[in-house]
Design a protein around this ligand. Sequence first.
Ligand code: A3P
Ligand code: MG
Ligand code: MG
Length: 380
Amino acid sequence: VDDVEDRQNKRRALETTSRDRSLDYPSKSASVKAVSFQQPSPLLTFSYTPARVLEFTDSALRYYVDPPLGADLKYGYERWIRWPEEKGRIDGLVRAVLKYKERLERHSQNGSAWLNDIGVVSWRGVMTKILTAPYEERDGWELNVMIVGSTLYFEEHLSDARLVQKNDIAPHHRQQTYYGYSFESWCTSSAPRIPDKLDGHPIGWGGDVDTNVQWCSVVKTKLGDTRMVIGGEVDCVRDTFTGQTSSFVELKTSLVIRGPQDELRFEKKLLKFYFQSFLLGVPEIVVGFRTPSGRMNTIQSFKTMEIPRLVRGKPHAWDPLLCLDWGHRFITFLKSIAVATDTDDVRGDSNNEEGKMADRAKTRVWRVKFLPRVGVSVSL
Ligand code: A3P
Ligand code: MG
Ligand code: MG
């Protein structure tokens, strides 16, 4: 009863926000419409340097190498250069989109028409949160959604308080987060197939962890009838980078599986692994299974496209089609609000053409709030 009341209260709180519109949480038993998802094709890549400067080079690109057996994931912890949690702004991705538009224009193509045809621009992490929302039972999220022309720009919204909270993590949690990054160092090298040999470090150590540095790929894809541009970090490539996504590799760590409970937990986690990689067209995920104290035990490579089959039919199974259908409805819902706003709400007070243009140019930002097991609400 408490739970139902709690949910009703939350829903009421959402509904009282001014100019609200809401979209209910999808029912797991509802029939799912198959929504198509186009194989992502790469537009460009870029790097963040140690000074966290975005440059249109592949300076941060790393190559996959097998990690040494029993690698110590605690290695180098005290030297970790940590990029603080930030507000997840979309600026870097917007710069990449503009860069691509300029490149088109340099080849005498119509960059504006191209951009106008894009329905959604988003970081991959945000799209993953949206698509996996039907199975999210714990963490809510908030987005800022901006509409420019007919393109929606999605950006995560973190309140100042939430940001402080995210940066103030318990030491053991910080240590565990480091395991994931140190696995990336053990699994990557500055050259294909040859582990780095760095002075004063064990063989195979790819260099001290600096979370400022990232290599990112921006891809174009299509969900149903909506063209999307999605950007995200790619951990490394296998052998060579030819400009395609086919050699991309995602690295993940997870606790060693000791019994059915662990297996179930891992298979639930695969939902996020799957969409994170699927959205950028990353075909391979290398998982390092580690002990609780941070020793690498085994590694296993998964083909991204085969992951849904591993969980199908199990009691805790998730269905990627339900996620895509939900994602499609989510985007359609936001588009309909945007169009309605364009014609009714934001006419502004001006009655001459110039004033009307200025009204239209005012940046409208929608706040989208997702509550697990409730749904999303939107307010201007
Ligand atoms: P693991 O994924 O191995 O746990 P990514 O896998 O997305 O490339 O991220 C690399 C590492 O960053 C993760 O390693 C994890 O340690 C940390 N990380 C990523 N997203 C996180 C989140 N939402 N909360 C805490 N740590 C996170
Ligand atoms: Mg990564
Ligand atoms: Mg990773």
